[in-house]
Design a protein around this ligand. Structure first.
Ligand SMILES: C[C@H](O)[C@@H](O)[C@@H](O)C(=O)COP(=O)(O)O
Ligand SMILES: [Zn+2]
Length: 215
């Protein structure tokens, strides 16, 4: 896809993220890897007001087009692309249940086998740092190497995948997992989790699951 097509796809992904109930207001941001950097949503602009010219190119060194202002979180988006060669799209949101678990500063454990969607047996929660900072980007750089989906303490979710459709799908799956986890925590009962042996089986099966679906 060329720049214009990718920019439109970013906007469509943002609108779909809102439609799915994964975000509110101007929270969240979306990017795709492009050339030696990325194309990313602008800062503080409602998704429905964006057009392809609103999308900002940020190069691999963090330089961006003079007349535009990229998302305040461009540092952590770039950190994801530097940390992983196997992802080309990043979605960030403040989905209600993901944010709720992140406020508890908890990772989501193996309460259901679908926890394997991130590529490991839990969805990690990285420490809190102020939004838009190098410190937050550093935490993201470390955490995203462990899992393609991570919670940011007292903030929200990041999901990274091969393309925008998959990244949004991953974000949605993790929000469902987070909603189950919140319900389970509310019972006050002990929460059983799957063993690491069971999770190893699922993680292995996930390596070939759905591969026939067009990338
Ligand atoms: C204050 C921002 O909402 C911050 O939380 C950021 O993480 C976010 O989600 C949206 O910021 P941008 O509009 O700058 O992408
Ligand atoms: Zn945010």
């Amino acid at each position: 896809m060329n720049r214009e097509q990718l920019s439109q796809k970013i906007i469509d992904t943002c609108l779909e993220m809102t439609r799915l109930g994964l975000n509110q207001g101007t929270a969240g941001n979306v990017s795709v890897r492009y050339q030696d950097g990325m194309l990313i949503t602008p800062t503080g602009m409602p998704y429905e007001k964006m057009n392809v010219d609103s999308i900002v190119y940020v190069d691999g060194n963090g330089n961006y087009e003079q007349e535009k202002l990229p998302s305040s979180e461009w540092h952590f988006h770039l950190a994801v692309y530097k940390a992983r060669n196997d992802v080309d799209a990043v979605v960030h949101n403040h989905a209600v249940n993901c944010a709720a678990v992140s406020i508890l500063e908890k990772s989501i454990p193996a309460i259901h086998y679908m926890i394997a969607v991130g590529g490991t047996d839990h969805i990690p929660c990285v420490p809190y740092a102020t939004f838009g900072t190098h410190q937050l980007a550093e935490y993201v750089y470390q955490g995203i190497q462990e899992s393609k989906a991570i919670l940011l303490a007292h903030h929200g979710l990041i999901a990274a995948e091969k393309n925008l459709d998959k990244a949004l799908w991953l974000a949605h799956e993790v929000e469902v997992l987070a909603s189950w986890y919140i319900k389970l925590l509310a019972t006050g009962l002990p929460i059983p989790t799957l063993s690491s042996d069971e999770m190893k089986i699922v993680l292995e099966k996930f390596k070939s699951y759905g591969l026939r679906v067009e990338e």
